[in-house]
Design a protein around this ligand. Structure first.
Ligand code: BGC
Length: 374
């Protein structure tokens, strides 16, 4: 089911990028990070982009990759977009390959701050500007960062759960969080607590346990959730899951216990699986992050930096992010996330992120027609 949805997602994404003018075939994967030879048909300035993972969220290959490829091309850049598949060694090898190919800008969505910072330092030593993409490398040296307001993402998750549990006084909550090595996971958590902590303190809701999941590993998230649920005597009223992947794993466990659809679960990324779970009523909400805007801002920044035009780059990156480890502020573009419940799935479809035909299948056809999703 999952792989079928991902295949559909990839197909949808291809259709999406194919709409762009003069869409070139994205460069073939270089596997171990060897150089991609020559320039593409676009013949633009070379930019390297390294994405972190595939398995932690369907967003990276389904949304980010095609949207970055299209945005870079529209900005006159020739992007080599690769995915490190959660392997830090591969991340480094890919970066080395891109640096030696002579990319003019390197865009990094790192697996953790250590590897991201090491890559940024290496690029800097060669005079190649770097942009932290989506995840900020703490203690790093990138001059620019493009992401969403990630505290806000967490606040939307907290708000979603609080809304769903508003009639459940003393409702018991389990929190399944993202990777402790991802600064975003910390920001999501902080945002959630802005909303939920006062409710826990007032006894309106009760926190059973909050558990970060190494590497955003969805499967580990499910196993951990099941252990916490069992230890709590099978009792849970609501679950904070930091993204749709973790939410899916939690829902599988809830289903096994006859609790799916009765216990609200949060999510993030508006992936096809996440949206389908929302339509089915198994997941209360997801957070839609307009990744096309993230990709476009990154491409514009990269185009400015490739020309050495830092004034233009600064005019794009008007926000600021804190790097508490490096004790510095990083010029940023921080975009606005959107809370998405059953009633707003239509918006995500309307913006072309997923196709109605991909999510309105089988048992969901009725829900879709009721909600006017077509
Ligand atoms: C991203 C999320 C994603 C998670 C796991 C975070 O850094 O912001 O969108 O779900 O990583 O890949």
């Amino acid at each position: 089911m999952r792989s079928k949805t991902l295949a559909l997602l990839a197909a949808g994404a291809l259709t999406l990028t194919a709409c762009g003018a003069n869409q070139a075939t994205p460069p073939a994967s270089t596997g171990g990070g060897g150089a991609t030879t020559g320039s593409s048909a676009a013949g633009g300035v070379k930019v390297g982009v390294i994405l972190p993972e595939t398995a932690t969220s369907a967003r990276w290959e389904g949304f980010d990759k095609p949207m970055i490829t299209a945005a870079m091309q529209a900005a006159g850049l020739d992007a080599d977009v690769q995915n490190a598949q959660g392997d830090v060694q591969k991340f480094t090898t890919l970066a080395d390959g891109m640096i030696s190919q002579g990319v003019k800008v390197l865009v990094i969505a790192s697996i953790n701050s250590e590897v991201g910072s090491a890559v940024a330092a290496k690029a800097k030593a060669r005079g190649i500007p770097t942009i932290d993409y989506d995840r900020l490398n703490l203690g790093g040296s990138s001059d620019y960062y493009v992401s969403f307001d990630n505290v806000k993402v967490g606040e939307l998750q907290g708000k979603g759960l609080a809304d769903a549990l508003k009639d459940k006084a003393g409702g018991q909550v389990i929190e399944i969080e993202g990777a402790p090595t991802d600064n975003n996971a910390t920001l999501f958590y902080n945002g959630q607590q802005n909303v939920l902590k006062p409710l826990y303190e007032a006894g309106t809701l009760k926190l059973v346990q909050s558990q970060p999941i190494d590497g955003w590993d969805n499967q580990k998230g499910g196993v951990t959730f099941e252990q916490i649920l069992t230890a709590n005597g099978g009792k849970v009223d609501g679950v904070v899951a930091a993204n749709d992947g973790l939410a899916g794993a939690v829902i599988t466990v809830l289903r096994k216990n006859g609790l799916n659809g009765k216990v609200p679960v949060t999510g993030q990324d508006a992936t096809p699986d996440g949206l389908m779970a929302v339509l089915r009523g198994d997941q209360y909400m997801t957070v839609f992050k307009p990744i096309k805007q993230e990709a476009e801002a990154t491409a514009k920044l990269a185009a400015a930096l490739a020309k050495g035009d830092t004034a233009a780059a600064d005019a794009i990156a008007k926000d600021s992010s804190d790097d508490p480890k490096g004790n510095r502020k990083v010029k940023s573009v921080l975009l606005t996330p959107q809370l998405t419940t059953k009633d707003s799935v239509k918006t995500v479809v309307g913006q072309g992120y997923v196709k109605a035909t991909d999510i309105c299948t089988g048992d969901l056809a009725a829900a879709c027609s009721q909600l006017g999703i077509s």
